[in-house]
Every structure is written in C-alpha cells, then in structure tokens.
Ligand binder design. Structure first.
Ligand SMILES: [Ca+2]
Ligand SMILES: [Ca+2]
Ligand SMILES: [Ca+2]
Length: 509
C-alpha cells in the first residue's frame, strides 16, 4: 500500500534512500464500533464501519430532512457543517452510499475511505536527512550578525529573498497561518514564541477536538507538520532556524490519522475551522486519501471533491488564502491521461488511467487553491515535483537531491532544514516543503496589506513572483534523455507558474 505521506514528505530521490511505498500492514478486523442502538433493524449493518461525506442543498429544513434519511439508512451523524451543507456520517450498512444518494435533498454522498475505521498502528515517517552536530557547529560559526545560528544552512531563504525581506519586516503578529497537517509540536523552542493555541485544533475525526495539545503529533506519529510549521514561522530569536515569516503566528490543525491518512472529513473540518477562527493563510502539504486522483463521475470520489471544494471555498470567502503542494510524482498534471497505480491506498490499489481535469488531485487542484511546484538549490524544478501548464500557480524551494542540485557553501544539503518535534532540526524535501515557503510569503503580503481579500493576496503573490523561464530541455539527471517537458513562456509556464515567490516584494509597501 502506498502511504499517503510518502508522496508528500519523501522526495523520490532521497539521499538516504527511503522507499517510496511502505506497507502499513493493515488488517481489517472485527473491531469496528458496534452499530448504534437506535439503528432500524431492517437496515444491514454487517459491513465494515466506513465514514462518509453527505453533501446537501443549503437550508436548515433540508439538513433536518437529510438527517432523518441518514438515520433510516443506518448512518450516525458525526458532525454537520450546515453553512456548507456537508454532513459527516459513519455507517456499517454496505448500501449506505447508494441509499442516501437517493434521499431528497442529497446532492452527492461518498465513502471517504475504502477500509474500515479501526485503530491503526502508529508509524514513524522518519527524517529524510539528519542535521549533524558538526554541520550545526560549522553553521553557527558562519552565522553573521542578525542570523540565527543555523540560518547559513538555509539556502532556501535567499532563494526567495527572505533574508533581505527580514531587514525590512518579519511580518505581523496579527497574521496567522494554519498548518493543516500531521500536527505541530508547539513546545519546540523555535515554534513556541509564534504559536497560536486559540486557532489550533485536532480535526482527525471530522469534528473539531479543542482539547489542550490535541493539535500535537503523538509519540511515533509523523514529524511532517512540525517541519512545515518551522519553514513558515520559526522565530528569529537567536537560536535554531528562521522561518520565511518569523513575525507572524502559526497554528496547528491536525488532520491525519496515526497511520498518516488524510481523510476528507478531517480536511473539511480543517478548512471550516480555519474559516471560523481568524486564519489568514492555510498550508496544505498533502493529498486527501485514499485517492491520489478523485474522478468526479465516480459517486464516492465525486462527493469527496464536492465536500473539499465547498470547505475550501467557504474558507476563501472568509478571507483565507489556501496554499497547497503540487505533489511529488513528477506528473504533468496538464496531461489528459496519467496512470495512477497507488489508489485506493488504504486497501488494495488498482491501476487506472485518469484525466486530472476530470479527476483532480485534491485539495491542490481545487479552484482557488494556490498550487505550488518545488525548486532545488539551482532554482530548477525539483526532480520529483509535479508540474503542468495551467495547474501550477507559483514555485518555491522544496529541495532536491544534492546530486542534481547542490547548494552553495556554507549550505551542505540540497534539502530544506526546519524544526522537528522534541526540539530538534532536520532536512526534508518535497513539494510539502515548497508550499510553506509560499504560505509564508502570503503571510508577509497579508502583513503588508492587512485589509486585502484572499483574491487580492493571491494576485499580489503571482504578480510579485519572479518570472522563471522554462530554460534548456529538462534533463535533471544528465543522462541525455529529457525528464519532463515545460510548456509556456517566461511569464507563465508549467514548471514555475508565474514564477518563484518573492518575499522582498511582499514586504514593500
Ligand atoms: Ca530561530
Ligand atoms: Ca519580484
Ligand atoms: Ca534524463
């Protein structure tokens, strides 16, 4: 089974050679929760407990009517997002989806997973490349006045002129970026000063859990979200690393299960939470499991696209800029036929050929979401990064294998250095790391223009980006064969969109 997070957190060309796919060893068992007592006896409830999103027409009367139909079909409402007409349901009725789709007021409904809801083994995603004590020591000797000790290793900051931007502004503490991810360890000394607890939450069940600290990764869970948070807003405080926007606030919206699955109901909860808690920017370095591509003409997958689209649009309407990673499969998302061999990734994947325009990768391909491709230290598209004319909006550093794109000294790794749970630091690479650079720049723009709408911030983001031409035929491994084709002109193309984001322009009034 392909693991979701592997696609986003692991570069295809990892220097430490982590496998791209990892068996989760998932075994369906009979441990799913018992059927609710009030379930009508006539409805089959002998299937695995699955989770669903049910999309309804707006209006309170409709929601009430649909709730009745859900109960009659053997479903239990977990939570209901009435403002966007999305209801999260659990059911063991194998026919629940087909039955509820016929109910009055229901527009679409789909299972958010293909395996039952049971506790899954925790799994350590691991660190792509450690920071050695010698590297850290050498960096602190190289650091000049005004730099945090590890900043000399952060080649990605000058690549977007964040170092120069910081001489003018670190961003406003009135701006908050939410990391919709695997959880954020806010006790990290480089994150604690900028962490916003009030706008942090655990959304894994599909309903918000505001228990103190519920936004943190549990022991053994992925360190991905903590790394992403540091890239956005690690403090400029004389210790560790520096984020792209070290003066803004960052919050954690935990949406992945212990095994690292990002299911639709959790993502919907995350966007609705962001919309209603004063968030200015969300970062989305994942795709919703279990489908890499969700075909709108499939009743299940189409409902997932609809629910995530409603939730992200609701957030955008409340002024939230949603930024997302383009993905790490080296796919041209503008093609009309891509082979997907990894979905569904929570049971047995099947091979299918999809047209991404009809079968989008969500949330990154949802209209309105800023789609980010990754560059390496030579400012070229990273070897693994997805691309596509008309799909990629902007580019930012996500790192690449040093063998393909080596940084200049004193930096020693082609990957991105950031915070890890437990107070540590380490390198990761992927479009997961590119997206938070863009989220950070969007936060700087919002700091400069506090009254700008989400649309206005996005317009400035692309307008200020430094146009990057396709350049020479892309043979990143130098074997004489072109590895990806960049379409478009200098101002807008499939590899870099409108260009590499510009933190210095972002702080100019
Ligand atoms: Ca710091
Ligand atoms: Ca510029
Ligand atoms: Ca090649």
């Amino acid at each position: 089974m392909a693991h979701l997070v592997s696609r986003r957190t692991r570069v295809l060309t990892l220097p430490v050679g982590l496998a791209l796919t990892a068996s989760l060893g998932f075994l369906p068992t009979g441990t799913a929760a018992a059927a609710p007592a009030d379930e009508p006896a006539a409805v089959a409830a002998d299937g695995p407990q699955l989770s669903y999103v049910v999309n309804t027409r707006a209006g309170h009367g409709t929601v009430k009517q649909v709730r009745k139909a859900i109960a009659a079909a053997g479903g239990t409402v977990v939570t209901s997002y009435d403002k966007i007409g999305v209801i999260v349901v659990h059911s063991q009725n194998p026919d629940f989806g087909a039955t509820i789709r016929k109910a009055k007021g229901v527009q679409s409904a789909g299972a958010t997973r293909t395996s039952p809801i049971v506790p899954q083994a925790t799994k350590d995603i691991g660190v792509e490349q450690p920071l050695t004590a010698a590297q850290a020591r050498a960096a602190s000797e190289d650091a000049v006045a005004g730099q945090d000790p590890l900043e000399p290793l952060q080649w990605d900051l000058p690549a977007i002129k964040a170092d120069k931007a910081h001489q003018k502004s670190l961003g406003s503490s009135k701006v908050t970026v939410a990391v919709i991810d695997t959880g954020v360890d806010d006790t990290h000394p480089d994150l604690a000063p900028n962490f916003d607890r009030e706008s942090s939450v655990n959304c894994v069940s599909g309903a918000p859990d505001t228990t103190d600290g519920a936004w943190r990764p549990a022991a053994g869970e992925s360190d991905h979200g903590t790394h992403v948070a540091g890239t956005i807003a690690a403090a400029k405080n004389g210790t560790g690393v520096t984020g792209v926007a070290p003066g803004v606030k960052v919050s954690g919206i935990k949406v992945s299960t212990p095994a690292g699955f990002f299911y639709t109901e959790a993502v919907v909860c995350g966007f609705v939470w962001a919309a209603e808690h004063g968030i200015d920017v969300t970062n989305n370095s994942y795709y919703t499991d279990p489908w890499l591509f969700n075909c709108k003409n499939d009743p299940d997958q189409g409902a997932l696209v609809e629910a995530v689209t409603r939730a992200s649009r609701y957030a955008e309407g409340k002024g939230v800029v949603n930024v997302a990673a383009a993905g790490n499969s080296d796919h041209d998302l503008a093609l009309d036929a891509i082979e997907d061999t990894t979905s569904p990734n929570d049971t047995t994947p099947v091979t299918r050929t999809v047209d991404p325009s009809a079968c989008p990768d969500i949330p990154t391909m949802v209209p309105g979401v800023v789609t980010v491709s990754a560059t390496g230290a030579k400012n070229l598209k990273a070897s693994y990064s997805n691309y596509g004319l008309g799909v990629v909006d902007v580019a930012a550093p996500g790192g690449d294998s040093t063998r393909y794109q080596a940084p200049e000294a004193p930096a020693t790794s082609g990957l991105i250095l950031s915070t890890l749970p437990g107070g540590g630091f380490g390198y990761k690479g992927g479009t997961s790391m590119a997206s938070p650079h863009v989220a950070g720049v969007a936060a700087l723009i919002k700091s400069t223009h506090p009254h700008a709408s989400a649309a206005a911030v996005k317009a400035l983001l692309t307008h200020q980006a430094d146009a990057t031409a396709c350049g020479a035929p892309y043979d990143i491994d130098g074997d004489g064969t072109v590895d990806a084709v960049c379409e478009g002109g200098k101002e807008y193309n499939g590899f870099y969109g409108a260009g590499v984001v510009d933190a210095l322009d972002a702080v100019r009034r």
